[in-house]
Structure formats: C-alpha cells, structure tokens
Write a protein that binds this ligand. Structure first.
Ligand SMILES: Cc1cc2nc3c(=O)[nH]c(=O)nc-3n(C[C@H](O)[C@H](O)[C@H](O)COP(=O)(O)OP(=O)(O)OC[C@H]3O[C@@H](n4cnc5c(N)ncnc54)[C@H](O)[C@@H]3O)c2cc1C
Ligand SMILES: Cc1cc2nc3c(=O)[nH]c(=O)nc-3n(C[C@H](O)[C@H](O)[C@H](O)COP(=O)(O)O)c2cc1C
Length: 619
C-alpha cells in the first residue's frame, strides 16, 4: 500500500451478506487486475449516513453501489438512514454504477436499488455501465453478478484509464497466518447487547420440542434473560447460526487436503481485504472453523467451477476439464445440472469423481472461503409472545429437505440432529471450543426487530393470513392478546386464514394453541382452514381442495366490510412466492369489485400498506 487515495468506492447495503461479498469480490478483482491495491475499497452505506460523511462520496472518481432490497421494497436496516440522508441532502457525485440484489418472489423487485437509481438521477448523477441485477429466485445471484462484472470491467477500465491484466491464476483474498504470526491473545470484548455479529449462545429447550410428522418442528430457544438481557416482541425474528455436519466438514477438509490438520488445536486466523467477517479472528482448528463459520453447502456458480478448473492441471484431468467446460458453457445447463440438484461443493466433487492426487494437488483454503462465504444466520418468525414467555422464543421450523437431491438445509439438519440427540461431535472430538458452542443443544442466536407488529388499537377487525409455518407470528400475536386483559377487551374480530395440507396432526400446526385462543376469545376469533392436500373434489363433485385465497374470495362481502367498512388490518405471513402474491391479488379483486374497478382495489391495498394496515412477513 503506497498511501495513494482510493479512486473507486464499492458501497454496499446488505443484511445477510450477499451484496457485501459481491462488493468485496469486485474490489479484489479490480485491484488485482490493475495491480493497484489502493485503487478501490469497500464500505458500508452506513458509513455515509451522516450529511458530512455523505459528502465524502464525492471524493471518489466513481462509486459502485451494491444494494439489496428488503421489506416492502426498502433498503436493509443498515441502509435506511443512508437513503434518508441522501434524500434530504442530495449529492454532487458525478457518476456511479449499480448492482442490485433482490428476488422476483417479492412484489417490489429490486425496489431499493431502483430507488437509489432514481435518487441519483434526480441529483444529476450519470449511471456508468448497466444497472446490474442479481435475482435470488433463480439461485443465480452469483451468475448474474459474474455476467454483469464481465461486461462492466472494460467500462471502468476505460473510465479510469487503467489497463486490466488478464487474471490467469487465482489470487487468494484471505491469508492464513500461523499461530506464531498472530497475537493469540486477540479476543473480542464481550459487551451487550447480543446481535447478529455477536450472537448469544442459547440452549434449545428440549422439553418444548414438538414434531409435526417429518415436515415441521416447534422448539423454544432459551434467552437466559438475566445473563443476555435479550428482549423481543411478538412479530420479531430470531436469527439462528446453524453448524455444518461433521460428515460435510470431513469431506471439505479432505478436498482441501487438511484432514490430518483437522484436530487437535491449531490456530487458523485469517486476514481479509474486506470489512468484517473473519478479519483478525483466531480459530482453534480448521475443523472448528469450517463447522461454524463457512457456508460449505452453499450454492455453486459457474465462475467458481471455472476458477476451480485452473487447479485440475494433471494429465489425468483432461477429460474432466472438458466435461466441466461443457457444464459451465450454458447458464441453463448449469442451473439444471447443478443448482436445481442442490449440489454442494462436496457433492459436486463426488458427482464428477474429482479426486485430490488424481485431478489436482491442492486447492487453497482461501478459494473456498471466497466463493462460499461466511455461514449465514437463518431467520425465523418468532411464534411466541414475550408476555407469556419472556425468557424463551418459540420457532416453527419447516424442515428444508429435498428428497429428490437428498439435500438437507444446514439449519434444518442442525436442529434435527440436536433434537435427535446425535450432536455430540464437538465433545467427541475433544475440541472444547466446538463442544462449547455446538455441544448438546446449544446454538448462537440473536433477535432481529421487525415491523410486523399488532396495531396500537385492536378494536378494528384483523385478518391473519398464512400457511404452514406462516402461522408462527400469529400464534405469538394471539398469545399476546389472550395474556393481557386490556388487549383482550379491545378485540372485536380476528379471522385467521390458515392454509394447511391436511387436518391431521402432521399439518395442523399449533392446534392446541388455537383451541385455547378460541376458548378465550370465543366467537371473536374465527378460524378458517384451507385444506390443500388430498383429492381436489369430493365424490359428489364439490371442490374440496382449497387455498387461503379461495376462502378470502368466498368471504368477499365480509372482507370488504372488515377492511373498507371498518378500517381493518391484514397480516400475511409465509411463502413470498405464491401465497403473498395470491392473497394480494384476491384482495385487489375483491376490493376492486366492491369499489367499482380493479384499479381502485389496487389503490386501496396500497393505501392500506401506506397506513400500516397491510403488513407482510414473507420469505
Ligand atoms: C424473515 C424470515 C422469516 C422466516 N421465518 C420462518 C419460519 O418461521 N419458519 C420457517 O420454517 N422458515 C422461516 N423462514 C425461512 C428460513 O429462514 C429458510 O427456510 C432457511 O433457509 C432454512 O434454513 P436451512 O439452513 O434449513 O436451509 P438452507 O441450507 O438455508 O437452504 C435453503 C434453500 O437455499 C437453497 N440452497 C442452499 N444450498 C444450495 C445449493 N448448494 N444449491 C442450490 N440451492 C441451495 C435451496 O433453495 C434451499 O432450499 C424465514 C425467512 C425469513 C427471511
Ligand atoms: C424478509 C425479506 C424481504 C425481502 N424483500 C425483497 C423485496 O422487497 N424486493 C426484492 O427484490 N428482494 C427482496 N428480498 C430478497 C433479498 O433482496 C435477497 O435475498 C438478497 O440477495 C439479500 O441480500 P443480502 O444478503 O445482501 O442482504 C427479501 C428478502 C428477505 C429475506
């Protein structure tokens, strides 16, 4: 580093790390290709949220924004204030570029990135290159980014007047230091409050576990309030850091040739060009590091495979290289053969018979870290109320399992293993640190605030619409209402539209809780069950298979009265694809018919949203 000012800023707004890691990858690539390690740097939009800091953006020749969209098309929490400051104070930034991360399941696809683009346009800033868009719905964010970056790099090279060197070999982003190169005393100061970057290690209350067939499981996580001071409200989310299974970690260590280094303790600190994550941390062993810190089962990308191929240099790898070359030649083929089959890196090696010693000699640890990234926390809607259980949060987990590909979600498997009592590996390996976090029934968690909250007055009708685990926050809301006499008194009408596959115990989640709520609320609580499994018609030809949308349509007259006549509220929770779109569409139809036109139905739903009377908690 020669102290020259940075010319390029990659500025991200990210919640679960996708935009952040793309910004880092972009800068790393640009710096290496120009051999100028001062050329670009990465920062969070949060660093520019004060008016004076915002002005600093103008010091860069170009700012490239990596923006993820959330909620009802908003930036994520870290970006909210930046957007507000930008709106209020404006910017004289001359030119900028933009890559957005989003998901077409959501109504407001890329809304935060689009808003930034509009703000920039209104400030007279020029967009350089294409507005890049990564769509998580197709599992193709990485591929979308690689395609955008491929086209964008010549553009920025011309703009900055710097030639780009062809990057023929992989250059590690992370440097692994040996214990004696590192101050082993380094540690993070423990301070409250516990949050995403510093989670609290919680116990699963095994007595609370309730399995619903093989699809769903409810469990409570202890907050140990006195120790953690963690608080929550019904409607908030809990983030859980899962752990990779011992088998997957073993395979990964084997791929990297680290098996013999797996245990016992060795230090594995990392240095990183980026902003957060592993930087400066010390890990007791590769095993512990890969178990708790790396998304080793994450989705692959064509670029990963392409760069991986540069290690397959042995004579015996010629055929393999040709086969993989065909695989990555087409985005569609890659999607079908790799992404749709949920191939993890380990499974990819198994499927293509890739073997160390036969096809390659070594693959740097840094390669895996860069392409697969840090292990992300998984979010869940809390299914309890602090009024009933202040020291525990309830979770209803729909287990992620794909029978076709044999893929198990990381968190799903972690929970299943804990519940099944099979999670003794940390202790068995004699690894105290791993055992401490992973042993028995412990998991790092944090509470994430959400806007999915009951209204301040409960006197107006409320429609709770959801399916499957989407019932979780409604159980929390109803617990909260039933536990507090003053709230209970206010309630006039709550209609729960519950989509489920069958009325058996396997799918009728929280049946006991709903029975209890009905006992307390009487006929002020109506439970409308939409059973979607089984035969679609009864023997006498009547349609029996129903979705919550069908019930809302059947109840059209009442719904119009509740929402328009009595200014009621709608809450939707569950699947961001079919369910939330479907419910919105039905309400637009129903309200539109009552108000004379579809357009006015849509306007009314938008009006409800703007008044906080239409809220979604969808994923
Ligand atoms: C705000 C919020 C609230 C939520 N609330 C709930 C809730 O209350 N209950 C609930 O059950 N869920 C909830 N979810 C969803 C839950 O967080 C996810 O289902 C979570 O990913 C499950 O974690 P997992 O580790 O078991 O699965 P993961 O390992 O994260 O896998 C999830 C999906 O990622 C994709 N994927 C992962 N690896 C690969 C790969 N190698 N190749 C291709 N695709 C891959 C697949 O589509 C897979 O199905 C919520 C999500 C959000 C954002
Ligand atoms: C709760 C939630 C809400 C979301 N809302 C939107 C949205 O309104 N529009 C959109 O395009 N994408 C939406 N997404 C998708 C995210 O933008 C996408 O997952 C992105 O890759 C996350 O980036 P990050 O890891 O940088 O936070 C949402 C995702 C979640 C989990």
């Amino acid at each position: 580093m020669d102290g020259k000012p940075n010319r390029v800023l990659a500025c991200f707004s990210s919640q679960s790390g996708t935009s952040e890691s793309l910004a880092e990858r972009f800068c790393n690539d640009l710096n290496w290709k120009t051999e100028d390690f001062n050329l670009s740097i990465v920062r969070n939009t949060g660093d520019f949220e004060e008016p004076e800091a915002l002005k600093k953006l103008e010091e860069y020749e170009i700012v490239i924004f990596f923006i993820s969209s959330y909620g009802e098309g908003e930036p994520c929490d870290d970006g909210v204030k930046f957007f507000q400051t930008l709106k209020r104070w404006g910017t004289k930034l001359k030119q900028y570029s933009l890559f957005g991360c989003g998901n077409t399941y959501y109504d407001k696809y890329q809304a935060a990135a689009i808003e930034l683009k509009q703000l920039m346009e209104s400030n007279g800033c020029t967009l350089v290159g294409e507005f890049g868009q990564g769509n998580e719905a197709n599992n193709s964010v990485l591929d979308d980014y690689d395609a955008w970056s491929f086209d964008y790099q010549p553009v920025i090279s011309r703009l900055l007047n710097v030639p780009l060197k062809e990057r023929t070999e992989y250059v590690p982003l992370y440097r692994i230091l040996k214990p004696d190169e590192m101050n082993m005393q380094a540690s993070i100061t423990e301070r409250h409050p516990y949050q995403e970057m510093k989670p609290f290690v919680s116990d699963i209350d095994l007595a609370s576990v309730r399995k619903y067939g093989s699809n769903y499981v409810h469990f409570d996580l202890e907050l140990h309030q006195e120790k953690s001071r963690l608080k929550y409200q019904a409607g908030d989310h809990v983030g859980i850091y899962p752990k990779n299974s011992r088998g997957d970690v073993d395979e990964m260590l084997h791929i990297l040739g680290l098996d013999e280094k797996a245990d016992p303790f060795i230090a594995v600190p990392f240095e990183r060009l980026g902003t957060s994550g592993w930087r400066g941390k010390v890990f007791p062993s590769y095993r512990e590091f890969f178990t708790h810190n790396v998304e080793i089962n994450g989705a692959l990308s064509r670029k990963l495979v392409q760069d991986l191929m540069s290690y397959f240099i042995r004579e015996s790898a010629t055929e393999l290289r040709a086969e993989l070359g065909m695989l990555i030649a087409s985005q569609e083929v890659f999607r079908q053969k790799v992404l749709d089959r949920r191939l993890t890196l380990v499974k990819f090696f198994q499927k293509f018979g890739i073997t160390r010693g036969t096809h390659y000699d070594t693959i740097p640890v840094s390669f895996v870290l860069e392409y697969l990234g840090p292990l992300k926390p998984r979010l869940f809607s809390i299914s309890s109320s602090e009024c009933v259980q202040p020291d525990r949060v309830g979770v209803m987990l729909k287990l992620v399992k794909d029978a076709g590909s044999g893929f198990d979600g990381v968190c799903s498997r972690t929970i299943e293993e804990i519940i099944g009592g099979r999670d003794r590996d940390g202790a068995a390996a004699g690894n105290a640190a791993a055992a401490d976090i992973a042993g028995a029934n412990r998991l790092p968690i944090y509470v994430k605030r959400s806007k999915f909250k009951l209204p301040s007055t409960l006197a107006r009708p409320m429609l709770f619409v959801g399916a499957g685990s989407g019932m979780a926050p409604f159980r929390g809301f109803l617990q909260e209402i039933c536990a507090q006499p003053h709230k209970l008194k206010q309630v006039t009408q709550i209609v729960v539209y519950f989509g489920l596959r069958s009325l058996t115990d396997e799918h009728y989640l929280y049946r006991d809780s709903f029975d209890e709520f009905r006992r307390v609320l009487g006929d002020r609580l109506v439970l409308r069950l939409a059973v979607s499994g089984g035969a679609s018609t009864s023997p006498d030809g009547i349609r029996t298979k129903k979705y919550v949308q069908d019930l809302l349509r059947e109840d059209a007259v009442a719904v119009v009265d509740q929402l328009v006549g009595r200014n009621g509220h709608v809450y939707v929770c569950g699947d961001a694809g079919g369910l939330s779109h479907g419910v919105r569409k039905v309400l637009v139809d129903v309200l539109g018919q009552a108000r004379g036109s579809l357009k006015s139905g849509d306007q009314y739903v938008q009006y409800m949203q703007s008044m906080g009377r239409y809220r979604e908690d969808v994923w």
